[in-house]
Design a protein around this ligand. Structure first.
Ligand code: ADP
Ligand code: MG
Length: 371
């Protein structure tokens, strides 16, 4: 599978500055002296993981980072759809066996599936992880198109329609007590790409909050910001990428940042059409598929969600990407502590009202300092 390197570019700039300065910024805080450290890792979730934190010593930072990595690695294996591992009933195993008999899965996977099923049953169906049959067709054509752009093609609609007959979450039978999953439809499969990274980020939070509360963790741009940074700032600055940034002008020193949100104890997750796509006849076909049309959704260029739960933010960013702005706004306004920023196809930006507390463009427009 092609490696995917997503990034939040403001974060990258911040990291570059940290690296240039030798990674360490000694700071005075009461009697303790804190320093800021940064690590990156490319072997998890097919993307780039970045971890920034404030610790008293580099050894302490690396001890926490090592534990975070090993926990994330476990999730990467359990959620892996493309590889099997010895003695592990992960997603790959599930998709190959659950149509024959109920499969007992690790609780991390069971909980994720069960939560997604609850969302589906509550009527939120734009993000449907039981849509693997459709998504795998798109995946196959996208990978082929990326590898051989000259012969890039769209999947036949007849194939997509046939597959869409095998995407009902009702066919995913869960046994809470036995922690088993059974596919009542042999052609159904699960694709948890829309929520896996957010779910994993949430899973390491309790450990991080206890061990190194002032941190910023990014799983391929799926960001969680912990307590305020210990360098005097009141929040972490996270860049929201301009979905149509001109890379040439960026390489000449221009910016690809649409806005900056200042957050702490919050997650910031973006779904965009610019991360994973291929081109057929000059037209871009990205990786978020509308369950109604079975085609890449054309409602948005990107949607960014801020809230307390990374799993919810990941789920919602995909959901809002498929819904119209009006439908999405109504959904967000019905939820406590969830804010969103939409970039529409014409490049215009819409925000839920509470986004004004985070987005610098809105704070500046209101006459704030933007700090
Ligand atoms: P990313 O993984 O790039 O951060 P998302 O969180 O929006 O972006 O998830 C996109 C992934 O989710 C796709 O690669 C695909 O595996 C899956 N997916 C795409 N469309 C849907 C959908 N409508 N419902 C559920 N999963 C989807
Ligand atoms: Mg998502």
């Amino acid at each position: 599978m092609t490696r995917k390197f997503q990034w939040v570019s403001f974060l990258s700039a911040l990291l570059a500055a940290a690296l240039l300065a030798g990674c360490v910024f000694p700071l005075a805080a009461a009697e303790k002296s804190w320093a800021k450290f940064t690590r990156r890792e490319n072997s998890i979730f097919d993307t780039e993981t970045t971890f920034i934190g404030f610790a008293e010593t580099e050894q302490e930072f690396d001890r926490v980072w090592g534990e975070v990595l090993s926990r994330l690695r476990r999730y990467d294996q359990v959620f892996d759809a493309y590889h099997g591992y010895d003695n592990l009933h992960n997603l790959y195993y599930l998709n190959r066996h659950a149509f024959q008999e109920p499969v007992a899965v690790p609780q991390e996977l069971f909980q994720l599936i069960s939560w997604c099923k609850q969302q589906w049953e509550s009527g939120l169906r734009s993000t449907n992880i039981a849509m693997g049959a459709v998504l795998s067709i798109w995946h196959e054509y996208r990978e082929a198109g990326i590898n051989n752009p000259d012969s890039a093609a769209l999947p036949p609609m007849a194939d997509l329609e046939k597959a869409s007959g095998h995407t009902s979450f009702d066919s995913v039978v869960l046994d809470e007590e036995k922690q088993t999953v059974f596919y009542a439809d042999p052609d159904l499969s699960l694709d948890i790409g829309a929520v896996a990274k957010g779910w994993a980020a949430d899973a390491v939070l309790p450990y991080l909050k206890e061990s190194m509360p002032s941190f910023l963790l990014s799983l391929g741009g799926n960001v969680y910001a912990g307590d305020k940074p210990m360098d005097g700032r009141s929040a972490w600055a996270v860049g929201v990428q301009d979905p149509r940034a001109d890379m040439l002008s960026v390489s000449l020193g221009g910016t690809d940042i649409l806005d900056i949100v200042d957050v702490r104890d919050q997650t910031v997750v973006t779904s965009g059409d610019y991360w994973r796509f291929y081109v057929v006849d000059g037209q871009r076909y990205h990786h978020i598929i509308d369950p109604e049309t079975l085609m890449p959704s054309r409602q948005m260029l990107s949607v960014t969600v801020i809230c307390k739960s990374s799993a919810l933010a990941d789920f919602l960013s995909t959901t809002l990407f498929v819904l119209s702005y009006e439908e999405g706004l109504a959904l967000v306004q019905g939820m406590d502590g969830v804010e969103a920023m939409w970039v529409l196809p014409d490049g215009s930006v819409q925000c839920s009202p509470g986004m004004a507390a985070y987005a610098r463009s809105l704070k500046n427009a209101a006459g704030g300092t933007g700090k």
